[in-house]
Design a protein around this ligand. Structure first.
Ligand code: BGC
Length: 512
């Protein structure tokens, strides 16, 4: 078969039509309702106990840490109170052995150590003063209160939140696998390790990165419109949105656990955990590449939406598709012209050791590169094939074929993302109210993550699909403002730590 034809055939397998989008929106809306009513559903719909979003006037110095996927970030944030902030941060890659450690202690001790290093480097006076007072026994309670940093803990995994700074880990995602931590309060685990190092830090708030993104976007976003949704399209994917309190039906039984929360706004941020939308595969597409990826993952059968949308997985989907074309010896992909028949490795230009033949061997950034490549003869893609996969003699046709497949995987991911965004827009009812005031009629969405930031045309594809949803259409789509909330999770965590600092901690009140 001709190479371009073979590539287009694979691309067709990733086609995600308007009908598909609309069927999935319907299912998403159903799962949203189900998740608001009871626990243990595919879409978790976790109440966050955050009932208000900031307005930009908040002030103060806070700390935040962010355990998201690939990196651990520690930052301090000075909120200036005029919608701006300054941020100091350090970032370390999480070692693979920590991601799959035997005990929770190993992970949390590593995190506490990073907090200590950060304080020593960026807040020496604060740190040394504290340590000295502990050593000389001159720390009185009141002084300690002022000196302690309130820390917002962005923990970007599914957590059953039972209070503003308490939450039990439900399951790991994104390649983490430390069974010892499942079911435990991640704030308590972190606080314990912080205390072992005598750091002047109190874990004041637990935040999912999507909630942080929503808060940060609300703090910085211009104008009178409050933000509806914070969404991450990065290593993983997820969204948190502002829900009417009355609709969060499952809250009724769990209220007392949550401690004090202010119900006066009549709203609460809900963390959907949409990475696990349609784990039953009622409406999600399922190519042979998706199915094989799931089988080989650390968590088969869950995070099925995430496995088709987010950065941790797209490179792997493409890798599997490329290998399938390569293994068809009748297709001249990466093969010398005169040798299309024999055994695979003797006929291709690729060594057996190429990471093309290794699970997770192709990074999602490759998709962005190939999709965005308009250089003559696709020079940039061919260079990337050489650099990332050791394929040094790819032809223009090879590169074109890979580009066609990469674009199809990326486009499907963006259209699936529109399903989640579209359903939440519909559920919010915000498109139904029209004031005629352009500014008030904007529906604001804050996003973050490598895919939205770097994948060329991601937002355009999302918008295209949103227009295909009848309840949104062209008119509705025009009202949607999507803005990147850079450093959202750090700033958002600081903002929640600020709110939490004002609310009496129920645990303290109970004398725990
Ligand atoms: C996690 C979410 C998180 C998302 C984005 C997912 O794997 O389950 O909690 O918000 O990744 O980081």
């Amino acid at each position: 078969m001709a190479l371009a034809e073979a590539a287009r055939k694979v691309a067709n397998e990733f086609e995600y039509t308007s009908e598909d989008v609309n069927a999935a929106v319907k299912e998403f809306l159903r799962e949203m309702d189900e998740g608001l009513e009871k626990d243990g559903t595919s879409l978790s719909q976790i109440p966050t106990y955050v009932t208000a979003v900031p307005n930009g006037t908040e002030k103060g110095l806070y700390m935040a840490v962010d355990l998201g996927g690939t990196n651990f970030r520690v930052c301090s944030i000075q909120l200036h109170g005029n919608t701006t902030f300054s941020l100091t941060q350090s970032k370390v890659k999480i070692p693979a052995e920590i991601m799959t450690a035997k005990t929770a202690e190993e992970l949390f001790a590593f995190l506490a150590k990073q907090i200590e290093l950060f304080l020593k480097e960026h807040h020496t006076e604060h740190y040394e003063g504290h340590i000295q007072r502990i050593a000389t026994g001159t720390t009185d309670k009141e002084y300690r209160e002022q000196e302690i940093f309130n820390l917002g803990f962005t923990f970007s995994f599914p957590v059953q939140q039972i209070g503003i700074n308490r939450g039990l880990l439900m399951r790991w995602t994104k390649g983490f696998d430390i069974q010892d931590a499942v079911g435990k309060d991640v704030c308590a685990l972190l606080q314990k390790e912080i205390d072992k190092l005598h750091l002047p830090v109190r874990v004041a708030a637990l935040v999912n990165d999507t909630v942080g993104t929503l808060m940060a976007r609300s703090y910085t976003s211009p104008g009178k419109t409050s933000t509806l949704l914070g969404a991450i399209f990065g290593t993983g994917t997820n969204g948190a949105y502002v829900e009417r309190l009355g609709r969060v039906k499952k809250l009724a039984g769990g209220k007392e656990n949550a401690g004090a929360y202010d119900a006066s706004t009549g709203e609460m941020i809900v963390n959907t955990e949409w990475g696990s939308f349609d784990n039953a595969l009622r409406v999600l597409p399922n190519t042979p590449y998706d199915a094989a990826l799931d089988r080989d993952s650390v968590n088969p059968g869950i995070q099925m939406f995430e496995k088709r949308v987010s950065g941790m997985f797209l490179g792997e989907i493409l890798r599997r598709a490329v290998v399938a074309v390569l293994q068809d010896l009748s297709v001249p992909l990466f093969k010398d012209e005169d040798s299309s028949v024999n055994e695979l490795h003797s006929t291709t230009q690729i060594s057996k050791d190429s990471s093309l033949f290794r699970t997770w061997g192709l990074d999602t950034s490759f998709l962005s590169i190939a999709h965005g490549d308009s250089s003559p003869g696709l020079r940039i893609t061919r260079q990337a094939l050489d650099r990332d996969l050791g394929i040094n003699a790819a032809s223009v046709e090879d590169a074109e074929a890979v580009k066609i497949m990469a674009a199809a995987v990326g486009r499907r991911a963006a259209r699936l993302s529109a399903v989640a965004i579209g359903a939440i827009l519909i559920q919010s009812g915000r498109l139904e109210t029209v004031t005629g005031n352009e500014e008030l009629d904007v529906v604001d969405i804050g996003v973050d993550g490598s895919l939205v930031e770097f994948y060329p045309g991601f937002e355009d594809y999302v918008r295209e699909a949103l227009r295909e949803i009848p309840q949104i259409g062209e008119k509705g789509e025009k009202r949607i403002r999507i803005g990147i909330a850079k450093d959202g999770s750090g700033v958002g965590a600081a903002l929640i730590a600020l709110v939490a600092g004002k609310v009496p901690n129920p645990a303290d009140a109970a004398g725990e």
